[in-house]
Design a protein around this ligand. Sequence first.
Ligand code: AMP
Length: 474
Amino acid sequence: MSEITFQDLALADPIQRALKAKGYTTPSPIQAKAIPVLLEGHDLLACAQTGTGKTAAFALPVLDGFARNPRKPFRRGVRCLILTPTRELAVQVTESFKTYGEGLGLKVGMVFGGVSEKPQIKALYGGLDILVATVGRLLDLKQQGHIDISQVDTFILDEADRMLDMGFIRDIQKIAVAIPQQRHTLLFSATMAPEITKLANGLLHNPKEIRIAPQGTTAEKIDQHILFVKKADKQNLLLDLIQEHQANANNQELSLVFSRTKHGAKNLARKLCSLGIEADSLHGNKSQNARQKTLDLYKKGEVRVLVATDVAARGIDVKNITLVINFDLPMESDAYVHRIGRTARAGTSGKALSFCSEDEVALLRQVEKLIKRTVPVYSHEYHAAQIEHHHTSGAPAQKPKQGGGGGNRRPRSGGSNSRGGPRGSGGSGNRGARPQGASGGGKPKPQNENRPTGGFQKAANGQRSNRSRGRSGR
Ligand code: AMP
């Protein structure tokens, strides 16, 4: 957080009051840099990590503009248009506008696909001050004549890199030509890939540029590790880690697991539920209403573990996520930054553990290249030394085929004894830590199919499994 306070920023009184009510006193770095620039009316190209407070960075100046220069909504019309890549992010951005703009009496609406158009059309009819939209539904409604974007004066692209990844470039351009060229344009992106710069050149006029973190940098407060594991052991490892996290975390803390496939997400959530863990999945095959319901339960802590695919990654803004597990590494390395950015939100700390199986070595190399650092290795019961060796040797590695995630179908044989931990951590003050090599003469422990049933299921003698007892000799 920066030195200045919100009081130092020339934001209208109702906005200051809303910020006070929310308990925000200090602008985050992106807010401290972007808000003054936007209040001066400049176009903006901002590269900011997820979880940095970028939504308020654009919402507050927009709301300030409405407070100082109210414009009457007109039939089917919109003044400020925000494009987001996903429905979840649209909901989150809309909530932010409503929270910070409380007291301004503005009409804020959203449109996104996967749900009935009717309520959205109805809301558009009387006109809106601010509309948050996903690209496809916006164009559908525009083509049907339900929305008039010819008087948009503020155009914001949120998470533009993600929109490009999803193939929306042409649609964005269609929208951009349908709104006035004389406008205020803001583009936010987590990365500044060449395609983003190209898009920005076509849309922004003489923009100010803000970079909060260098490209691909992952949130500093996230404690990241890589776990080399055979594909067939991924599921058991996951279960161990989740159970261990739940044993050590307070009951407000949540975990988020990323799976490459919808099918994988569904299966993993089901498996966790079958072991008595409150889990659910979030993926593109679920209806929008079902997705929102799952997210609400997760936010309330009624679902403690959420298994999601990348399509759901961006819109998840839940404060208590203290553990993110990449069950599968993402095909696109940018997604790694976004996924792990779901933890350590708003200045808190969090842990991110990523599994790497033999066919994911190329993906790990890609991630490390992007974030310009080596992800430290985490030791665990299923450590696959040969995969680590492949990674460090630099021997050629192929990317897996798209949709090839999902992991193992092998039945869980019992043992829950991950004893995982950052390599070399020595274990003290870190339950579950096991410096690699501390036992077994430096060799990773072999798999033990006959280990006692672990986790929180009681052992036959009524005692906790060995994992929850002390760590003698370690
Ligand atoms: P964002 O990067 O916009 O998704 O925001 C990340 C999280 O930070 C959200 O939960 C916001 O509510 C929270 N947040 C944004 N700005 C501030 C601030 N100045 N002080 C404290 N929390 C904030």
